[in-house]
Design a protein around this ligand. Sequence first.
Ligand code: PLP
Length: 454
Amino acid sequence: MHLEETTLQLLKDSLQQLDGGFAALPAITENPAPAPDPRLAAVMNEVANKLQDNYPYFHPLYAGQMLKPPHPIARAAYALATWINPNNHALDGGRASSAMEKEAVAQIAAMFGWQQHLGHLCGGGTMANLEALWVAGQLNPGKKIVASDQSHYTHKRISAVLQLPFANVPSDIRGRMDPSALEKMLAAGDVGCVVATAGTTGTGSVDPLPEILRLRERYNFRLHVDAAYGGYFTLASNLAAETRASFDRIGLADSIVIDPHKHGLQPYGCGCVLFRDPLVGAIYKHESPYTYFSSSELHLGEISLECSRPGASAVALWATQRLLPLVRGGEFAGMLEASRDAALQFAQRLASDTRWMLPFAPELDIVVWAPRAKTVAEISALSQRIFAATARQHLHLALVRVPFRFFAAQHNLTGAREDTVLCLRSVLMKPEHRNWLGRIWAILAGVADGALSR
Ligand SMILES: *Cc1c(COP(=O)(O)O)cnc(C)c1O
């Protein structure tokens, strides 16, 4: 069996425990436990067969996109909560899970040094960024949102949804926002919010927060940090000094987005938005004719754009952080360090092998590289071929299109600065990747020998 099963026993035992809390209720005699219905098993069999049509995200040889299964504790806690199916919109729909959400979110805020904050969970990084940019637009109406050309495409799209002007700040040859280009834009006086990315989705590059914060002293703007992918790396002890300097300053932002469903070991449907100033809650102010009656305490729906939300997400996150606290030097931090270490070792192998080109050292656990060739067209075609060939040997990589200028330091390359080139990309986000590097490398080397010698 490749898939873990510990969740099932955990779930069975905790279900009994949960049931015990409702022992005082009269038995539901109209609704006796149904006899086993063979149709359910048949449908589930079909479901299992259908789900086989997936890449093996749980396996260390899946080293492609940002995908991995949740921790067993998250899986079990999430499933257990579905027996109650709480709704974290209002305390009427989920008292325990709302309290767990407030606790879990406060622990995330504390990770960035925030003793107080306003924040909540939401569907994912896109929703979380939408709320952060919406608040920015409410506070600086009509002003521009700017984010680097390597930021997630969602910022441009969200700005369009919010009808706020948007512009890209050019990035440097390591995929980080160029502060001098940013300053030129700020000088025009129409920027209301700067989005800094702490770990770009493509290459894991971290925008230079020290320089950006220095600019904030001269030009007044709201700073939003999109740490959807990279946020948890603030717990890792093996970041490069420059990267560390940026992570140490995330707490100086006005708002932060982090995705527990990326590096936080959660099932999908778990993003998080945090605001440094709890008073932004006033912007959300609304009344609901249906809910908010059971208590004068804060209902999470009062500070969230989404209404119904899965209480199960909060339960899973709370349980995970109970088991694996968000502290430096802890077991969870060790997982991030293993991923980062895997990326460093992998990058080192690539850099010392003439078959490959490595544009820059990884800042987190994402490695982007390309087969060595002379032209953009050749590199792109080879990347595509290697991507397909490794997959046939069960090694699943990803492809990414990056600016050709990332390879500016390489010799004997022809191409224009404005070109883009298709590269190979590996998100080494499972700690097991570190131990599997030898196997991963062997498959890659074998494939490269075939593809590059032709
Ligand atoms: C993944 C990601 C997003 C989008 O988040 P979703 O959870 O996919 O909606 C936004 N920004 C960054 C930097 C990301 O990596």
